[in-house]
Design a protein around this ligand. Structure first.
Ligand code: SF4
Ligand code: SF4
Length: 415
């Protein structure tokens, strides 16, 4: 179980063209009302989440909208509550914030340092590629503001990860993006393929029969065009030094260790969202009324009124506690595979992709919009994955592949 928390719901100081969360306010999908998580919701969240998490460490991921809009005092209060309940339940807490970085100043950096907050910065590449869609409220590119935030993090020696959306502007420039991200000094990168449609795909069990892909989306066949060259650059030069989540996930999968990225897992893990008003949803990609699981205030010790009084260690209300929540509707969708997926040689790696992306249909069954792009990418990297498996079987770390790239490329070219 993991919660991604939206302390200010969809509010953001930027207005990126491809944002799927910002329109939830104007479309009425999310309620109007207080936009900073109220005190009672925050305390219920911290108390119940820490109590219900099975492991020793509880991971809080703060996201938006732009989560820094909640303000410094909100996080000071959140961290104080974490200290209180972590002590009570004998657990450790770690915090991660996914931010557009434009609001980061010295005061934020001091707070991040003090609480060892892990930063994830959204950035799509060098200025022209980033600014194509990631714009401020005045319609101007946000790159310079993001870089100013990154400079602050660097000045305070705060490590940060990057999240890069692959879209219509940057997919033809994989190596430009690669070298730019490397120049930032971050050693953990994530990539997210963008597709949004008109109408919105609000019911994940059904394909969309008639839709328009929005112009910023990654073309359906282009995933391999971006990720293939990126993989080859990485495996030759930076494997073992830079972690790219999607690549590590595929490598873990072929080594029998399971995926790290839910997009390619064979189920939707319980990676739920807690909105500013406390409503829990099955996933960040399905913040729609049909995917609500309840409200954080109605679960666990907080709801029993014991949280601030004494500790019984119990986390149930009646027979149902927070730890029983499950992304069941999404898991059911994910398990339905089209005939094309069932016959596909890449099924063990891809598992049909994210249910949000299953907007097409094969024989009436939802199919990933990115299927052709995934097949292209997986075909490009299979020779390298096979060598990594062989290395591990010989008890040699898979990162030793770095010294074998010329041989692999020659063998592929000679086929
Ligand atoms: S590559 Fe395409 S056909 Fe193969 S499992 Fe993935 S989505 Fe299905
Ligand atoms: S819907 Fe997509 S993003 Fe959400 S858990 Fe499932 S695969 Fe992951």
């Amino acid at each position: 179980m993991h919660f991604t928390i939206k302390p200010v719901s969809y509010l953001c100081n930027l207005k990126c063209d491809y944002c799927f969360y910002l329109p939830k306010g104007s479309s009425g999908i999310l309620p109007s009302g207080p936009k900073v998580m109220p005190d009672d919701v925050l305390e219920a969240l911290v108390c119940n989440y820490i109590a219900a998490c099975p492991g020793d460490t509880v991971y809080f991921t703060w996201q938006g909208g732009e989560p820094l809009l909640a303000g410094l005092d909100f996080y000071r209060q959140a961290f104080a509550l974490q200290d209180k309940y972590a002590l009570r339940y004998g657990k450790k807490v770690e915090n991660a914030v996914q931010t557009n970085a434009t609001l980061i100043d010295d005061e934020w950096c001091q707070l991040f340092s003090q609480h060892q907050v892990l930063l994830g910065v959204s950035i799509d590449g060098p200025e022209a590629l980033h600014d194509a869609w990631r714009k401020n409220r005045q319609g101007q590119g946000s790159w310079a503001q993001v870089m100013a935030g990154i400079d602050k993090l660097k000045a305070h020696n705060i490590p940060f990860n990057t999240l890069t959306c692959i879209n219509a502007a940057n997919y033809e420039h994989p190596l430009e993006v690669y070298h730019f991200l490397k120049s930032l000094g971050s050693t953990y990168w994530q990539f997210s393929e963008v597709v949004e449609t008109e109408p919105e795909h609000v019911e994940q069990s059904k394909p969309l029969t008639d839709y328009q892909v929005k112009p910023f989306s990654l073309p359906a066949t282009a995933y391999g065009q971006f990720m293939g060259p990126l993989f080859k650059q990485w495996v030759r030069h930076d494997i073992g030094r830079i972690v790219i989540r999607q690549f590590e996930s595929l490598i873990a999968c072929v080594l029998g260790l399971g995926h790290h990225s839910c997009v390619w897992e064979n189920q939707c893990p319980d990676n739920m969202v807690v909105e500013a008003d406390g409503t829990i949803y099955e996933c960040d990609q399905t913040v729609y009324p049909g995917y609500q699981l309840g409200n954080i205030k109605d679960f666990g010790p907080y709801a029993q009124g014991i949280a601030c009084a004494h500790d019984t260690g119990k986390v149930t209300v009646g027979t149902r506690g927070l730890d029983a929540l499950h992304s069941g509707k999404l898991c059911a969708c994910k398990s339905v595979l089209s005939p094309k997926c069932q016959a596909c040689q890449y099924l063990p790696l891809c598992n049909g992709g994210c249910v949000k992306h299953r907007i097409d249909a094969v024989d009436g069954v939802p199919q990933s919009y990115f299927c052709a792009g995934y097949q292209d990418f997986l075909a490009q990297i299979t020779p390298y994955l096979n060598v990594m498996v062989q290395l591990e079987q010989q008890k040699v770390p898979f990162t030793a592949i770095k010294g074998l790239i010329d041989q692999i490329d020659a063998a592929v070219a000679g086929k």
